[in-house]
Ligand binder design. Structure first.
Ligand code: ATP
Length: 213
């Protein structure tokens, strides 16, 4: 079965933490495609401080020399709020029922899942690949615990079924966050070596993340 994975985020800006994670998940779980999916207007978190086009441009620069990762711009091109469930409905309609779709997220996102629009539909449309970040524990009760109990699967499920399983993966995360990069720049320090050089040059050329912008 064809396998497609999505790695969503604000990518404000994209950094080596995102890129390593996406590449490792693709290689370890054997996805044929791994698409980075920048969100247009995150509905469950603060709006990013730069335009959607700038975040898209930075992703394009970051992916320019990586044939393994693709950019999926559908959420940026859609007017209005972005709901993951709408994106997955659209993709499922496009790809049909015989393609495995995996949506990758951090455990912190999984814990917030019951707050997402039509969250119970997500697992009917795709698999969830949950990467555990250090310091988080899987809940023992509540809606997320129930979801996990009903849908927990293994790596083989991602190749054999189109949707419906949750894979929890422990993976080392590079200690990089977009928040830290933004605050380094705001305080006049350099984020060099935390993100691709071309992305850094774009940020400098366009004077992004400086206070007052
Ligand atoms: P911010 O600091 O603005 O919250 P972020 O760096 O966490 O941003 P997001 O765009 O919010 O980046 O994250 C997109 C996805 O990347 C999420 O699934 C998140 O769990 C994951 N992610 C963020 N940082 C890392 C990292 N250092 N390593 C691996 N994955 C990461």
């Amino acid at each position: 079965m064809k396998t497609i994975a999505l790695f969503g985020g604000t990518f404000n800006p994209v950094h080596f933490g995102h890129l390593r994670m996406a590449l490792e998940l693709k290689e370890v779980l054997g996805f044929e495609e791994m698409r980075l999916l920048p969100s247009h207007q995150p509905v469950h978190r603060a709006a990013p401080g730069v335009t959607a086009e700038a975040r898209r441009d930075m992703l394009e620069l970051a992916l320019a020399d990586c044939s393994q990762l693709q950019l999926d711009q559908r959420e940026l091109l859609r007017a209005g709020p972005t709901y993951t469930v709408d994106t997955l409905e659209e993709l499922r309609a496009e790809l049909g029922e015989a393609v495995s779709i995996s949506f990758c997220m951090g455990l912190d996102s999984l814990l917030g899942l019951p707050g997402w629009h039509r969250w119970e539909r997500l697992i009917e449309l795709a698999h969830l690949v949950v990467v555990t970040r250090p310091g988080w524990q899987i809940p023992a009760e509540g809606p997320v615990a129930e979801l996990l109990a009903n849908h927990r699967g293994n790596m083989g499920d991602l190749q054999q079924r189109a949707a419906g399983r949750i894979l929890v993966r422990e993976q080392t995360l590079l200690p990089i966050s977009a928040t830290d990069i933004r605050s380094l720049i705001e305080s006049g320090r350099s984020p060099q070596y935390l993100l691709p050089q071309r992305v850094l040059e774009y940020i400098q050329t366009h004077q992004l993340y400086k206070s007052g912008n």
